[in-house]
Design a protein around this ligand. Structure first.
Ligand code: FAD
Length: 519
């Protein structure tokens, strides 16, 4: 017999986890311990709302029945080397999962990716951090695995209805991610583990007859009689195509410009921008875990999630990275963009998070109306240029102590930071557009009241956090096809259909399912 039960385990009990789960299960089910043949953890979360921290477990208790071998997931991939092709532009989570799904469905994915493979990409990341040089095809957003590779690898998604989240998690485990992600309430892979998972996905695609071409930027489309007929590549080659999944992400500005120029309908999209705030991790731990010294080693680096309405506008934390690093996420020279990532152990001494302000594309961007569907993109670009010039025309990012920003004075010095290219003291309070600066200041004040100790001079804010989602959306019909262009399937975050690794992966699967119909 198998019984599913919930258990609450204290911090002291957690240190003897297996034993604790055993005796607690026996007690709750009112059976002798000896009858329990095994316990499988189904879900684990931490309840730190009160000083007495509790671990919540959902477990399956096996009674007089053997515990099955740890499950190994299988996906039914077929040899598609001679099958009909589907062209996929972009090899981020959306493109990768579109390709895998094509193989399951018996079609041959041909992936075209502007960036390099994960290994070679590392050198370009080093160049951004050390030489302040941005390779415009290979950086923190572009390259194998997309923006998801050198990321935090947080796998939460709010889009539970948009597809089978569990299927994606199982597939990540199949490709080498820890099976802990199937259990944790806030699953996380970590930037040190993601490249291997991404590489394994590529190897599966190749093994079953798909193709993945790196350093192959798509530069143009041929559209005849409202049908996509060919795509042009950076090397001058032209490929005849029938079905194209466009999964180029939120930073592929050249694709947005191209679509606009070709009068393919795109729309300005509301999005959010702001700064990244960085605290010493121990401050966040002491607030969240109610402790004065170091946190217990049984507890992970603490995270937070904050939101506040300021004059009817949302100000909220975004992509919070406990024990992480702030990284330079620009995709072109002449701009500064920050984002966050963390290793699997989340053991760096800093906690960072985007704190961003909602920008309404219809109401807030009247000065940019001339840019039509590209108005939010141009606004985003201007802010990134401002960060570049005020930081000193390199990848050095403009920064200010949190308290100085809110109180409106230049910081005489800054706190240590994890941001490798370096930071420079700048009066962000007066430099940021009023819409963003004022809302952030009010937002930070309220966050300081919600989390005592959060509003501290030991924190820096670093600018700018501008790539939270796409500033453009690409419309599609119920069949997931562009309404004007037969055979073109806008997909993932760049189309406005995802916000994060998991939702992008799920959208990739859905687009593959749509693109193969009738082929
Ligand atoms: P992308 O991942 O952006 O992939 C698009 C791909 O298309 C890129 O590889 C790009 O090189 C390629 N491409 C673009 N233009 C062309 C072209 N013309 N020709 C050929 N190829 C092209 N999300 C989370 O859920 N959790 C996190 O912890 C997290 N942390 C992040 C940390 C950082 C530093 C960054 C930058 C992002 C993070 N994100 C995180 C966001 C997440 O990575 C994205 O939501 C996700 O990758 C979007 O997937 P996508 O496939 O739609 O697009």
């Amino acid at each position: 017999m198998i019984k599913e039960i919930q258990l609450r385990v204290s911090l002291v009990e957690e240190s003897k986890q297996q034993n604790t789960l055993l005796w607690k299960s026996a007690k709750l089910l009112d059976i002798p311990k000896e009858k329990i043949t095994g316990i499988k953890v189904l879900r684990k979360s931490i309840d730190a709302r009160k000083p007495a921290i509790v671990f919540n477990y959902k477990v399956a208790v096996y009674i007089n029945e053997p515990l099955p071998e740890s499950s190994s997931y299988t996906f039914k991939y077929k040899d598609v080397s001679k099958a009909k092709p589907i062209h996929i532009i972009g090899f981020g989570p959306a493109g990768m999962y579109a390709a895998l799904r094509c193989i399951e469905l018996g079609f041959k994915p041909i992936v075209l990716e502007r960036g390099k493979n994960v290994q070679d990409r590392r050198r370009d990341l080093k160049a951004i951090n050390q030489d302040h040089h941005v390779n415009e095809d290979s950086n923190y957003c572009f390259g194998e695995g997309g923006a998801g590779t050198y990321s935090d690898g947080k796998l939460y998604t709010r889009s539970l209805k948009r597809g089978d989240v569990r299927r994606i998690f199982e597939n990540l485990v199949y490709h080498g991610a820890t099976d802990q992600i199937l259990v944790d309430a806030h699953p996380h892979i970590g930037t040190n583990k993601l490249p291997k998972v991404v590489q394994n996905i590529r190897e599966t695609i190749l093994k079953y007859g798909g193709e993945v071409h790196f350093e192959t930027r798509v530069t143009n489309f041929t559209i005849t009689n409202n049908k996509i007929k060919a795509i042009q590549l950076i090397n001058g080659e032209e490929l005849a195509v029938e079905r194209v999944i466009l999964a180029t992400g939120h930073s592929a500005r050249d694709i947005f410009y191209l679509l606009d120029k070709k009068k393919v309908a795109i729309e300005a999209k509301s999005f959010a921008m702001g700064v990244r705030v960085e605290h010493p991790q121990h401050i966040i731990d002491s607030i969240q875990y109610h402790c004065s010294g170091e946190r217990s080693e049984l507890l992970p680096a603490a995270a937070y999630s904050l939101v506040q309405q300021v004059n009817g506008r949302g100000v909220y934390s975004f992509c919070m990275c406990p024990g992480g690093f702030i990284v330079p996420a620009a995709t072109a020279n002449g701009e500064v963009v920050v984002n966050g990532m963390s290793p699997s152990k989340r053991n760096n001494e800093f906690a960072n998070s985007g704190i961003v302000v909602e920008i309404n594309a219809d109401k807030d961007l009247y000065k940019y109306e001339q840019f039509g569907a590209l108005k939010a993109l141009e606004y985003q670009k201007d802010l990134e240029k401002l960060a570049f010039t005020s930081g000193g025309r390199s990848q050095v990012a403009p920064a200010q102590r949190l308290t100085d920003f809110v109180e409106g004075r230049l910081s005489s010095d800054l706190n240590p930071t994890s941001y490798q290219p370096g930071i420079k003291s700048v009066p962000l309070h007066s430099l940021l557009p009023k819409l963003i600066g004022k809302s952030l200041r009010k937002g930070f004040e309220s966050f300081g009241q919600k989390m005592k100790g959060y509003y501290t001079e030991e924190a820096n804010i670093i600018g700018v956090e501008s790539r939270t989602s796409s500033p453009v959306s690409i419309p599609r019909t119920e069949k997931l096809e562009h309404p004007q262009i037969e055979g073109l399937y806008p997909c993932g975050e760049g189309g406005g259909y995802a916000g994060g690794i998991i939702s992008a992966a799920m959208d990739g699967e859905r687009c593959a399912e749509a693109a193969v119909i009738g082929l």
